[in-house]
Design a binder for this molecule. Structure first.
Ligand code: G1P
Length: 248
């Protein structure tokens, strides 16, 4: 899905790249081969526009391709975000990693959201997830946390619930699609039973990790567009259009 002139996934990859995360593992699935072709050279397209004024439109993707490496693996069935992350284990191995759900398009105020989280990781060395405040009528769309404030904008998680009703929700602090996870999460995921909607939920695994160790929630500096909804997608498009210096 393109927002202005780039597919959403590229915004996600660029955010990771800005945070110094240049080994990109993409969890893909049937019918999404275009994704792999996007992060590759398109000789035909390059040949057609080379030497024309449109050539500068290739700049951003060229930068991504030259700075990052890409590895892909398929999630065979849609068994939840936890399952998707577990599928990535073979590409990630035994090291901490960032997770970006590209349909949450995030714009940081001064630093990218993943960069902010990577800095926090350097200090705390534990799993961190991004949160924002949402309206009570929207909590059912998200994982929702309860926690004790450690510092401004940083909470130590005491519990979390995946997609609660407004009554069940422990707060209005909703998880958005940015995580830094320590690799012990893979073993926890393996012993986590299916949760909400019969899917393996990362929220449930993180709840275990929070109990056994420590997990932080970070209210990031910036804004997020929910591009999984039509309204959010339109809002993102309008936002990037107003920021665009050369959109004619
Ligand atoms: C996933 C997570 C949820 C989180 C959301 C953020 O849900 O399970 O906890 O709040 O991403 O976008 P999904 O939107 O994939 O249903």
């Amino acid at each position: 899905m393109p927002v202005l002139d780039k597919p959403l996934i590229q915004y996600g990859v660029e955010e990771a790249m800005d945070a110094g995360m240049k080994n990109i593992a993409i969890i893909t699935g049937r019918g999404k081969r275009a994704l792999e072709d996007h992060f590759d050279i398109s000789y035909e397209l390059e040949h057609q526009i080379s030497g024309t004024p449109k050539e500068d439109r290739l700049e951003s993707i060229r930068k991504v391709i030259s700075e990052c490496t890409f590895a892909y693996t398929r999630q065979i069935e849609m068994r939840g975000l936890g399952d998707a992350i577990l599928t990535g284990e073979t590409l990630i191995g035994n090291e901490p990693f960032g997770v970006i759900l590209a349909d949450d398009l995030c714009v940081g105020n001064e630093l990218g959201v993943m960069t902010q989280m990577a800095r926090l990781y350097e200090k705390y060395r534990c799993s961190i997830l991004a949160i924002e405040e949402v309206e009570p009528q929207d909590v059912h769309k998200y994982g929702v946390i309860a926690g004790n404030q450690l510092e401004e904008n940083i909470y130590m998680i005491s519990s979390m619930v995946e997609k609660p009703t407004a009554d069940e929700a422990p707060s209005n602090l909703a998880i958005i699609g940015r995580y830094i996870l320590t690799p012990d999460i893979f073993d926890i995921l393996r012993r986590t039973p299916p949760g909400k909607n019969g899917e393996l939920q990362i929220t449930d695994a993180l709840q275990t990790q929070a109990r056994e160790n420590m997990v932080l929630a970070y209210k990031f500096d910036g804004r997020r567009f929910d591009c999984g909804s039509v309204a959010g997608f339109v809002e993102a498009t309008n936002y990037f259009f107003t920021q665009c210096g050369n959109c004619d």
